[in-house]
Design a protein around this ligand. Structure first.
Ligand SMILES: *Cc1c(COP(=O)(O)O)cnc(C)c1O
Length: 372
């Protein structure tokens, strides 16, 4: 782990090496495809492919046969369009902000319609352009976040049966608790979705996120929308993670020291050494995506040894207790593991009191990124 100077991920002077395993990503995609077959699997690549780098992630999945890509914002869709084959479709989950419709129609990007207002604007643009424009309609089945609420379904049905230049490719909804297999909300949303399917017969259904895929067939519809599972995150809380890790992160040691009992460590002296302690200062902090909530809770690893974070996470560094290591193991230029075989994404998320999604999407851009 130390001074691997021939490692292509070690950019000169880089203090963090973020490795993204594109072949593991591709295997995760293939696995999800086989779980949902005969339905198909899309890829959710919003937020720069959950922080992993959409320029590399999206073409990798496209090469594996993925033809449906979801982003959250129209600006993300515009960035994604040139990265994909022409027959790959891009869907904007949040739908369009007023004023983006013409650009969207011209760039062959498909908006998700979440409200009657978005429907009416998209339909008006289609008439103005004298074209039929594609759309996906999202229904709210109990999350109260995005989508047509139950009480507006009648009004939408009227819009659909009226002469309209909008072609609905499929209908969708989103699960709020899919990572909890036993949560009653999954059933409730599934029942609500069946009711909507009865009210809008003939439309294909897109329902499951990563967790939803593992809830089983009734949640698959014709198209699943996994995000986190592609990137190696656990789709179901509290169960062994069936996905392959995609991201690993090593960070450089800047300095080591031995402090006597009673020494204060880091901001506000939040940690006080109980005995003589060997410390290493490691070159990543909250500005690099190590949440400040890891203060006094998280750890890094050196081989099998867990090195607890002492005191507060700083902006650009953390201090870890290396007393458990043989003296001289770590020094300036050594690297320690933040994410890897000895500490998973889920471990770090748990220590930080957050979820894997937030850890991934916060990964800093000061790391040297290496795609494998
Ligand atoms: C983010 C998102 C997904 C992907 O969810 P994961 O839990 O990461 O699989 C799917 N659908 C919608 C609507 C989303 O916002």
């Amino acid at each position: 782990m130390h001074s691997e100077t021939d490692d292509p991920g070690k950019r000169a002077g880089a203090t963090g090496r973020l490795t993204i395993d594109l072949s593991a990503l591709a295997r995760n995609y293939t696995k999800l495809c086989s779980l949902v077959t005969p339905a198909r699997a899309a890829a959710v690549v919003k937020a720069n492919a959950y922080g992993l780098g959409v320029e590399r992630v999206a073409p990798t999945l496209c090469a594996k046969g993925c033809r449906h890509f979801f982003v959250a914002q129209f600006s993300e869709a515009q960035k994604l369009r040139p990265l994909l084959a022409n027959d790959a479709q891009i869907f904007v989950l949040n739908g369009l902000q007023p004023g983006d419709e013409i650009a969207c129609a011209e760039s062959a990007i498909v908006p998700v319609i979440n409200s009657l207002r978005q429907w009416q604007r998209w339909s008006a643009i289609a008439k103005y352009l004298k074209r039929t424009l594609p759309a996906v309609v999202q229904f709210d089945t109990g999350m109260s976040r995005l989508g047509i609420p139950a009480e507006e379904c009648g009004a939408l049905a009227a819009e659909l049966s009226a002469q309209s230049n909008v072609e609905v490719l499929f209908i969708m909804s989103h699960l709020a608790s899919a990572d909890e297999a036993d949560n009653q909300q999954n059933d409730d949303q599934s029942v609500a979705m069946e009711r909507i399917a009865d009210q809008f017969p003939g439309f294909d259904i897109c329902f499951a996120n990563s967790g939803g895929i593992f809830l089983g067939k009734p949640y698959h519809g014709v198209l699943a929308r996994p995000g986190i599972a592609l990137y190696g995150g656990a789709p179901t809380a509290g169960e062994p993670n069936p996905m392959e890790p995609v991201v690993s992160l090593e960070v450089a040691v800047v300095q080591t020291r031995t402090v006597p009992a009673g020494a204060k460590v880091g901001y506000a002296g939040a940690y006080v050494a109980e005995k003589e302690t060997r410390l290493a200062t490691v070159a990543a902090g909250y500005a690099d995506g190590l949440p400040r909530s890891l203060s006094g809770r998280g750890a890094v690893c050196c081989m099998e040894t867990r090195l607890p974070i002492t005191g507060r996470v700083s902006m650009d560094s953390i201090t870890v207790d290396i007393t458990a290591l043989p003296e001289g193991t770590l020094s300036l230029g050594s690297f320690v593991e933040v994410l890897g075989p000895h500490q998973s994404l889920e471990d770090v998320a748990r220590d930080a009191g957050t979820i894997s999604y937030e850890i991934l999407t916060s990964l800093g851009d000061r790391y040297a990124r290496h795609y494998r």
